[in-house]
Write a protein that binds this ligand. Structure first.
Ligand code: VG1
Ligand code: CO
Length: 579
């Protein structure tokens, strides 16, 4: 093949967000748009991670992925990479990409040094919806800010990109295709999307004990992939390895447009699962399963449900941390530490304190956990946004979270599967609250708000922080029975491993009784701005942990809406999504 230099001009809007570059497909389809970003990324890496290197390219299979894989493969050859690895049909979940970078050895003994993950995660897909791309590093984790800043700088000055005149590669058939260029050989290796990941899961969990649980007539199970890439793993793991019935899988065929749905595993968008689990308005006569779960487009998020019961993601990570050593063989030697993102509830903090574990609070986005894990400081971590994971890889992991919960259920029911009453998901959560107290928690999202208005709202909240007296006057004017604001700031993080500082990571109002209000602008949207409002209140008294969370939090919600003048700034009387 021959390599050519193609002239190009910069686009002004290629700043990577919380998790890569996410835009409408139409934006990505502009001539040279994807090419500019890919070349800017290659130019931001050290030469040894480009020339002669092995790159993984795959994603959640959303619309435009197939075209993108061809473009990136040709550019990889043009930039002197040695080989590209592609999951069959271009499918790899985000956690599987991380596992492949860390664990996989190619047919010729090669190892990957990075990946382009093609996904816009939980955002809808299709010709009029979103596409996304992000780069992951040698450790299997998202590129840190130092690199994403460099990529962005490069996109502003780019003048040319390199590409090779290869024919389109066949990504449907497993195998290696070799091409000969003037500077040497270039290979494309297509491999099974699930094998490496399944092998890793089997090394972490006790599959035999989960199999016993799933095959017990007392236990019923349901998993919804929302037509995302999780479907490419669900049948292999839950049905073939663990013996679940095929009918327990919902929407497990990956689709380019996620069947027209919004592949976000929460109570709003995972409608079918929510109904099947007996939550919401459905009045089905069929008894709901004991356990239900869903994952998002790229299968790094998870939602955990019990029969007619929702587990908040903040509780989920705390409960996994509290039970990991006993229930999951990978952790049997103990946890190195735990971590959560700033807006995530403090349920994990209480577990860390009780079990005397190292604890870290990081900004939103998975990239901040990676350094802690690489330094051996953190085993289990999570975010309120349905993200849970561990140091087995450097991404959050939806199927891992489901297996973690199944492991806990298997462990608690070891003696009960023959005779005796099943310990349910709800029992596990209630017992947890009885021991550690409950963190009532909710998040309000105002999606697609005018960007200028959102910025002004945030600026006002920052300004207000200069006088706590004034803040408390406003608070007591709205609601006399909430406690006092004792501290307010913009969250800033100093990475304990490399000392790097991340500023402006969300506005916090902290109350005397441990309640918190947090305001952030989303960094993953593709249109307008999304304001996220996180509301949390701690209840230690076991007689008061059984309330409905929206009722319990109503006073704090009123305070948050008043303090921020939400309706005045955004014109919205209600959020788009409540989780
Ligand atoms: C959101 C979540 C954040 C998560 C990020 C990527 O970011 O809040 O917790 O890490 O999405 O998840 P933001 O900036 O929109 O609040 V995924 O599954 O979209 O890769
Ligand atoms: Co995702």
């Amino acid at each position: 093949f021959n390599v050519s230099r193609v002239e190009t001009t910069p686009f002004g809007d290629q700043k990577p967000g919380t998790s890569g570059l996410r835009k409408k497909v139409k934006v990505f389809k502009q001539p040279n748009y994807l090419q500019n970003f890919v070349q800017s990324t290659f130019n931001a890496l050290t030469p040894q991670n480009v020339r002669g290197a092995t790159l993984v390219v795959s994603g959640d299979g959303r619309y435009f992925s197939k075209d993108a894989i061809q473009i990136i493969t040709k550019m990889a050859a043009g930039n002197g990479l040695r080989r590209v690895w592609v999951g069959q049909n271009g499918l790899l979940s985000t956690p599987a990409v991380s596992a492949v970078i860390r664990e996989r050895v190619g047919v010729d003994g090669s190892k990957a040094t990075g990946a382009f993950i093609l996904t816009a995660s939980h955002n809808p897909g299709g010709p009029n919806e979103d596409f996304g791309i992000k780069y992951n590093m040698e450790n299997g984790g998202p590129a840190p800010e130092g690199i994403t800043d460099k990529i962005y700088e490069n996109t502003k000055t780019i003048k040319e990109y390199l590409t090779a005149d290869l024919p389109d590669v066949d990504i449907t058939a497993i195998g290696v295709t070799s091409y000969c260029g003037s500077e040497g050989q270039f290979d494309v290796e297509v491999f099974d999307s699930a094998s490496d990941y399944v092998k890793l899961m089997k090394s972490i969990f006790d599959f035999e004990s989960i199999r016993k649980l799933l095959s017990s007539p007392k236990f019923t199970f349901c998993y919804d992939a929302l037509h995302g890439v999780g479907g490419a793993y669900a049948k292999r793991i839950f049905v073939e390895e663990l013996g679940a019935q095929e009918s327990s899988l919902l929407n497990c065929v990956p689709k380019e447009d996620f069947g027209g749905g919004h592949p976000d595993p929460n109570l709003t968008y995972a409608k079918e699962l929510v109904a099947r689990m007996g939550l919401g308005k459905s009045n089905s006569e069929v008894e709901p399963p004991e356990f239900g779960a869903a994952s998002d487009g790229d299968a790094d998020r998870n939602m955990i449900l019990g029969k007619r019961f929702f587990v908040t993601p903040s509780d989920s990570v705390a409960i996994i941390a509290a039970n990991a050593v006993e229930a999951i063989p990978y952790f049997s030697a103990g946890l190195k530490g735990v971590a959560r993102s700033m807006p995530t509830s403090a349920a994990l903090d209480v577990v860390a304190k009780n079990l005397n574990l190292k604890f870290f609070e990081v900004p939103t986005g998975w990239k901040f956990f990676g350094n802690l894990m690489d330094a051996g400081l953190c085993s289990v971590c999570g975010e309120e946004s349905f993200g849970t994971g561990s140091d087995h890889i450097r991404e959050k992991d939806g199927i891992w979270a489901v297996l973690a919960w199944l492991s806990i259920l298997a462990c608690k029911n070891r003696e009960n599967l023959g005779g005796g009453k099943l310990v349910t998901v709800e029992d596990i959560v209630h017992n947890h609250w009885a021991t550690y107290g409950r963190h009532y928690y909710t998040r309000y999202d105002y999606e697609n708000v005018d960007a200028g208005a959102a910025k002004e709202l945030m600026a006002c909240l920052v300004k207000l922080q200069s006088s706590l007296t004034e803040v408390n006057e406003i608070v007591s004017g709205i609601q006399s029975d909430v406690s006092k604001v004792v501290h307010a700031d913009e969250f800033e993080y100093k990475d304990p491993v490399d000392g790097s500082i991340s500023k402006h990571q969300g506005i916090r109002y902290l109350f005397e009784d441990g309640s918190r209000l947090v305001f952030r602008l989303s960094g993953t949207g593709s249109e307008g701005a999304t304001i996220r409002l996180y509301i949390e209140q701690y209840e230690k008294d076991p007689s008061k942990t059984g309330r409905d969370s929206q009722d319990a939090l109503a006073p704090l919600v009123a305070v948050a809406l008043g303090l921020s003048k939400m309706q005045e700034f955004t014109g919205r009387s209600a959020p788009t999504v409540i989780t």
